[in-house]
Design a protein around this ligand. Structure first.
Ligand code: AMP
Length: 282
């Protein structure tokens, strides 16, 4: 497994592989890998001759009062997991390598970032779109795998790839969960035992909404009220948003549709956790 720390080395590595006729599969991450990340590597492995993992805690996708400085890291463990998953190259740049002095170009989308997490994290998706564009130009993958855990991010990447004509196939991986339903996340490491117990509220709220929809409830305000009440019955929780929306446009809906995205962000103690599911009526 090769470890590349500069953009020039990574680009040269990919160019060499491409010259040999090899295809490249790519999984971008911020590190502190868990089974959710590994599932994306497992999806990516058979889709290319080479499998590239990037680990970069991208500062431009964090707001001023967010957890950039506290973001967990364990590079040695990440490299071990990468090796076991069959990664052939790890791109491990630092902040100044990615954004040199005088950096001034940003990628932004008009509509998708206005919804859901974009409301409380106004700079987030611009940072994501910009860094993913850069990573695509550096790694030059044929296929890239992203998790549905970050549903809005995946929608934004798909739109960006279409709009900017990237010749890259985007694959979405299912959400990997702990036994009690909590979606795996590097941020779960921040939770105290009491907060960890409360963190199941998101997946339980999703289950409640699925049941209610199966029972025939269609009113979004009623569903959102019930989900919110369930979440607030857990200690140390604060609801950022619970929304039901169109899975393609992310526009809020008033009534449950044939396919409806339910998405939520909940502050549990100091950690902001997200979860989602697409609910089908048929
Ligand atoms: P992150 O390191 O949190 O930026 O995540 C890197 C990639 O892993 C993103 O595409 C995430 O959507 C994906 N991911 C994170 N958690 C999970 C999970 N529990 N299940 C599946 N994919 C995940």
């Amino acid at each position: 497994m090769d470890i590349l720390k500069t953009k020039a080395d990574m680009q040269a590595w990919s160019a060499r592989k491409k010259k040999q006729g090899k295809t490249i599969s790519f999984v971008p991450t911020m590190g502190y890998l868990h089974k959710g990340h590994v599932s994306l590597l497992d999806i990516g492995k058979p889709l290319g001759d080479e499998l590239v993992l990037s680990i970069f805690v991208n500062p431009t996708q964090f707001g001023p009062n967010e957890d950039l400085d506290a973001y967990p890291s364990n590079i040695q463990n990440d490299l071990n997991l990468a090796q076991q998953a069959g990664v052939t190259a790890v791109f491990l740049p630092d902040k100044t390598e990615m954004y040199g002095p005088g950096y001034q170009t940003h990628v932004s989308l008009d509509l998708l970032p206005q919804y859901l997490c974009g409301r409380s994290r106004p700079v987030h998706f611009g940072g994501v779109a910009t860094v993913v564009t850069k990573l695509f130009n550096i790694v030059m993958p044929d296929v890239a795998v992203f998790g549905k855990k970050d549903f809005q991010q995946l929608a934004i990447i798909r739109q960006m790839v279409k709009d900017l004509d990237f010749n890259i196939k985007i694959i979405g991986g299912e959400i990997i969960r702990e036994k009690d339903g909590l979606a795996m996340s590097s941020r779960n490491a921040y939770l105290t035992p009491a907060q960890r117990a409360s963190a199941v509220c998101l997946s339980q709220a999703i289950q409640l909404l699925k049941q209610k929809v199966a029972q025939g409830v269609r009113s979004v305000p009623d569903l959102a009220r019930e989900a919110k009440a369930l979440i607030l019955s857990f200690d140390q929780t604060r609801v950022d948003y619970i929304e039901l929306c169109d899975p393609k446009t992310l526009e809020p809906v008033e009534t449950v549709q044939a396919e409806t995205l339910v998405a939520m962000a909940v502050q549990v103690g100091k950690s902001r956790l997200i979860d989602n599911a697409v609910i089908k009526t048929a």
